[in-house]
Every structure is written in C-alpha cells, then in structure tokens.
Design a protein around this ligand. Structure first.
Ligand SMILES: [Zn+2]
Ligand SMILES: [Zn+2]
Length: 188
C-alpha cells in the first residue's frame, strides 16, 4: 500500500494536506473552489455524509445521504478538471466554479461538466464541539454547494479490458498506474 496518497482532486498535494482535513472537518474551506475539490475527493472515497453536509440548507431537503452514497460508490472517480471562470469580485457570498468530473461506471468512461453555484452561509452547529470551535477560532459562515447547470453529461467511450486505462489521459488522475491496461488499473 502506498503511504502517500496524492489528493483525488488533482492538486498534486498529498490527500492528508489537501482535502482530507476538510472532509474530516478539522479545517474549514476558505473558498468555493476548495469546497468543490473536497466534495469531489469525498465522492472518490465514498464519504456521502460530507457531501450531504456541504449542500446549502436550501438544497439539502432534496438530498439523502443514501442516494449520494449509492451514486458515489457506483462510480470510480478518476479525475477532476477545474476551468478558469470570471467571478464578480464584488460578490463575496456567491461564487461559480466550472468543472469536469471524469468517472468510470460499467466499463464506460463518463464526463460530467457542470457550472456550480456556491454560497457562503451561516453554518449549522450540529453539536457543541463544532459550536465551540466556530465561536473560538473560525468564522460562522461556510461555503456550501447550492446547485449547478449541467453543461454536458455524457458517456465518452466504452473501455475494453486490454486497452490502455483511460486515467492515463488525464494529468490530474490520482489513481493512474502509468501505462497499465484497464484491467490492471481502474478496471480491477
Ligand atoms: Zn484535494
Ligand atoms: Zn486507471
């Protein structure tokens, strides 16, 4: 087993010094992009609770931890690509992040490209520890995911077992075993 895991979000940092502290709720994200990245990493490791908790209050009612769990685990999340986007500098409480998430399901490589909306909103203290922490050393407002416009959600290609694994084509793929066939890499 590798002792160092590159972060799933493709940042080239170690998971332990990138998205993991956010997912473990040890540190609060500072930007909408960090939240987006950590949500992708949470999909990659199947942490549905974090994904649920980082929905905006207004969007949470339409979600369930079980549904998120099913969807995250039915896919192998191989790469995240974030596109540059012009956010209004005056709008400090709502931001857009455009991204493509590449994943494999049923031996098919898929791309979900979405322009997501994030909002800085009052955090909900779920227990006393969180509450104390919030009042002591962190702002009470947190970035949350509202929803997104799906730009493309498509099946890119069927992957044959003996083909070069598609993760090789994505520089931000975290799982890539250089030059390996699909059956020895993500198809395992
Ligand atoms: Zn990360
Ligand atoms: Zn692979």
């Amino acid at each position: 087993m590798k002792s160092i895991q590159l972060c799933f979000c493709g940042s080239n940092f170690n998971f332990s010094s990138c998205c993991q502290p956010y997912i473990n709720k040890e540190v609060q994200v500072q930007t909408a992009e960090q939240l987006m990245r950590s949500r992708f990493s949470a999909y990659a490791i199947g942490n549905a609770q974090y994904i649920y908790d980082t929905y905006a209050k207004s969007s949470r009612a339409e979600q369930s931890v079980e549904d998120i769990d099913d969807w995250s685990k039915s896919c192998l999340w191989i790469a995240l690509k974030i596109y540059p986007i012009a956010n209004s500098v005056n709008n400090t409480t709502e931001q857009l992040v455009e991204f493509s998430a590449f994943y494999i399901t049923n031996n098919t490589l898929c791309e979900l490209r979405e322009k997501s909306r994030f909002i800085l909103e009052e955090s909900i203290a779920t227990n006393s520890t969180v509450k104390e922490k919030a009042t002591l050393n962190s702002p009470l407002k947190q970035w949350r995911y509202i929803d997104g416009d799906i730009i493309a959600h498509s099946e890119l290609t069927m992957i044959k077992r003996n083909e070069l694994c598609p993760c090789n084509y994505y520089p931000t793929a975290w799982q890539s075993k250089k030059g390996k066939k699909f059956k020895h890499c993500c198809g395992k």
